[in-house]
Design a protein around this ligand. Structure first.
Ligand code: TYM
Length: 339
């Protein structure tokens, strides 16, 4: 809870490559909807990005680009705090403290680590392994109530709740009782898991080798049309019920994208398109995508020519984030008995 009694929202995006429709529908679009009713902090989580190798020049550019995408998508810096994680060293300090709270067994259960490390487990950075502790620190440092994320972050959110509870219990006799609020995830059904355009069983991802698998927020209109026209479908027409989408992951994905872009439920989209050919649906989907993505792209071009403005937003964000995080970290040091 913040000083003005609004509940607090925190979320972050890694500056590790071109942002895509999954990032937008799963996370950023929801950030915008929350700005009026909550005290929101939106972070560019660069310390998370370096858990895997990042070329330093690209990283600098990507940090700037995520900040620009936040702004271009409609995050208003007068309402929300936009800042870079590494600008606020309290994140790293609290993450270290959580390294000492989290049990190894908890980290061993993290499916994202298993997926990312794959067979290379012995040779990935230890930061990749303790990554969820840093994420918990991002969230709890601001005594966050609500965390808008895509479905792939659900397990990390559960771990964050466990860490908060263990801290509160371990230090209950030292002023820690109920210290951290237990944050709730905000995961929206239609857009929580946007899938690859080439394989409906795989998540749309920055790291997929094929750019045809994803719509990037910087794609031009022709490219958007091309990617949608080539998106995998099947020879059957569009069905009349959600149950009949079972076993047709690509179709389900395209209909879900349409529904979340148009803020309608999937069964309503089905009612509109049942029995129709995919060529008609894909044309409408491309139009809808272009009407959502092209204003962001145009705004990005403007910001590209106004770098000073973006820098000012981030400087201001740093000041505001430090003001808030300082209060928490001082109390945490005191509860633990540090310094
Ligand atoms: P990241 O950078 O991988 O993704 C940013 C946000 O986009 C969502 N997302 C998706 N949503 C739907 N469909 C997809 N295909 C898709 N791909 C990505 C993610 O769920 C996320 O919400 N660990 C986080 C960053 C982070 C964070 C935090 C988030 C660090 N600290 C604190 C919330 C709170 C991550 O790697 O997101």
């Amino acid at each position: 809870m913040s000083l003005n009694n609004k509940k607090r929202v925190f979320s972050g995006v890694q500056p590790s490559g071109a942002l895509h429709l999954g990032n937008y529908l799963g996370a950023i679009k929801n950030f915008i909807n929350l700005q009026d009713d909550y005290d929101c902090l939106y972070c560019i989580v660069d310390l998370h990005a370096i858990t895997v190798w990042q070329n330093p020049t690209d990283l600098k550019n990507n940090i700037f680009e995520v900040a620009s995408i936040y702004l271009a998508s409609g995050i208003n810096p007068k309402k929300s705090t936009i800042f870079v994680q590494s600008n606020v060293s309290h994140h790293s300090e609290l993450a270290w403290i959580f390294n000492c709270i989290t049990r190894i067994g908890w980290l061993n259960r993290m499916t994202q680590f298993k997926e990312k490390a794959g067979k290379n487990r012995e040779n990935v950075s230890s930061g990749l392994y303790t990554y969820p502790n840093l994420m918990a620190s991002d969230i709890l440092l601001y005594l966050t109530d609500l965390v808008p994320v895509g479905d792939d972050q659900k397990q990390h959110l559960e771990l964050t709740r466990d860490i908060a509870q263990k801290f509160n219990n371990d230090y209950s006799d030292f002023g820690g009782s109920n210290f951290f609020p237990i944050p709730d995830p905000l995961i929206l059904a239609e857009s929580s898991r946007v899938m690859s355009l080439r394989d409906g069983t795989k998540k749309m991802s920055k790291s997929d080798a094929s750019a045809m698998s994803r719509i990037e927020l910087k794609d031009n209109n022709d490219l958007i049309r091309k990617k949608i026209s080539k998106a995998k479908t099947d020879p059957l027409p569009i069905p009349d019920s959600i149950e009949k989408l079972e076993g047709r992951p690509e179709i389900k994905n395209l209909l879900s994208i349409f529904s979340s872009l148009s803020d309608t439920a999937v069964d309503e989209t089905l009612r509109e398109y049942e029995g129709k050919q995919f060529s008609d649906f894909k044309k409408d989907l491309s139009d809808l995508l272009i009407s959502s993505v092209s204003p962001i792209r145009e705004e990005l071009i403007k910001l590209e020519n106004d770098k000073g403005y973006v820098r000012d937003v981030l400087d201001d964000g740093r000041t505001k984030a430090i003001e808030k995080s300082e209060v928490t970290i001082k109390k945490v040091r005191n509860i633990i008995g540090l310094g």
